[in-house]
Design a protein around this ligand. Structure first.
Ligand code: PLV
Length: 323
């Protein structure tokens, strides 16, 4: 169980009329975009930091596509310890500013997250900083699992499916653990990635963990080259019912825009990947193909993972580059 001093909030759980109309069954949104750091990452990182970064800590270091960094910086500020966030050069200026506003020291290292992470690991050795992993740690997954407990407390019946985005797979691991805990093992989890940041999908296709040659998606918060091994294990047949699907960056962007219009909330491309499951017809196609029952066995739950790396200017920029 999480300590009562958890850093996250019990996020809103809202019915989406627009999405429900599209899939013909009630769709609920778990609004992780409302978390203090802007995404679900605060759940796992808050929990982990409470365990590993005591008052004697020299500080924490996290390599991040942005949102794990935001969560780390937020928690460190609350714990009164310094935070160093290493971001890859693909990180928009806007999130670097937000990280500094949280009081963090920001450094840009490497082109993609994996390279930034090498530097973060290095700093744990040379400067004695406490390493905060963005997705690959059991304490993170324990923290993320609280999402499912909250959903269970709000939902009258067992869901027919849960939709989420996958970067390095930490959210997936946490949701799987939460679902096991509440007895929802049989509920399908639809895992969404963008093409070019598809490390889970590539691993499933190859039957083993693979490292992507590069990250070519603009959803850089999904841009881990290698999925964590626990997420891959969960995706193997016979474990949970895990379905892996891909959308293009353009579809993720379209989903971000529809969501903004219909739900009046702005989220990152990384989150748009999950929303595209409904807005771009992935769920409906899976039903036609028989991979999901039609109608679904219960309401569909969307984990609206959020993300701070977006504003109107960034949205305009994405529209231009993804045209
Ligand atoms: N973002 C990580 C990893 O980046 C980060 O450093 O912030 N949705 C949003 C808004 C995210 O920021 C992330 C992860 C995910 C989904 C995917 O979560 P994961 O990594 O636990 O699968 C490289």
């Amino acid at each position: 169980m999480l300590s009562p001093e958890a850093f996250h909030i019990n996020s809103p759980f809202l019915e989406s009329i627009g999405m429900s109309k599209r899939v013909g069954i009630n769709v609920y949104l778990k609004m992780e975009s409302s978390q203090p750091s802007g995404s679900f990452k605060i759940r796992g990182i808050g929990h982990l930091c409470q365990k590993v970064a005591g008052p004697g800590s020299k500080g924490v270091v996290c390599a991040s596509g942005g949102n794990a960094g935001m969560a780390t910086a937020y928690v460190a500020r609350k714990l009164n310890i310094p935070a160093t966030i290493i971001v890859p050069s693909s990180t928009p200026e806007l999130i670097k500013e937000k990280l500094k506003d949280q009081g963090a020291t920001v450094r840009v290292v490497g082109k993609v997250w994996d390279e930034a992470n090498d530097e973060a690991m290095c700093l744990t050795e040379t400067e004695g900083l406490t390493y905060v992993p963005p997705f690959d740690h059991p304490l993170l997954w324990q923290g993320h699992a609280s999402i499912v407990r909250e959903i269970k407390a709000s939902l009258p019946s067992k869901p027919g499916g849960v939709v989420l985005s996958v970067g390095g797979g930490g959210l997936l691991c946490g949701v799987v653990e939460g679902m096991k805990e509440v007895g929802w093992d049989s509920v399908p989890i639809i895992c969404m990635e963008t093409r070019g940041a598809d490390c889970l999908n590539s691993a499933i296709k190859a039957g083993k963990i693979v490292t992507l040659p590069d990250i070519t998606s603009k959803a850089q918060c999904l841009g881990a080259k290698t999925v964590c091994s626990q997420a891959f294990e969960y995706s193997r047949k016979g474990n949970m019912s895990i379905i892996s699907e891909l959308v293009t960056d353009q579809q993720a962007l379209e989903a971000v825009e529809i969501f903004l219009d219909e739900e009046r909330v702005l989220v990152e491309l990384a989150c748009g990947a999950a929303l595209a499951a409904v807005y771009c017809g992935v769920i409906q196609r899976l039903q036609v193909e028989g991979q999901l029952p039609s109608p679904l066995a219960g309401p569909l739950v969307m984990i609206v993972c959020g993300g701070s790396s977006v504003n109107q200017a960034q949205l305009r920029h994405l529209r231009k580059v993804l045209n």
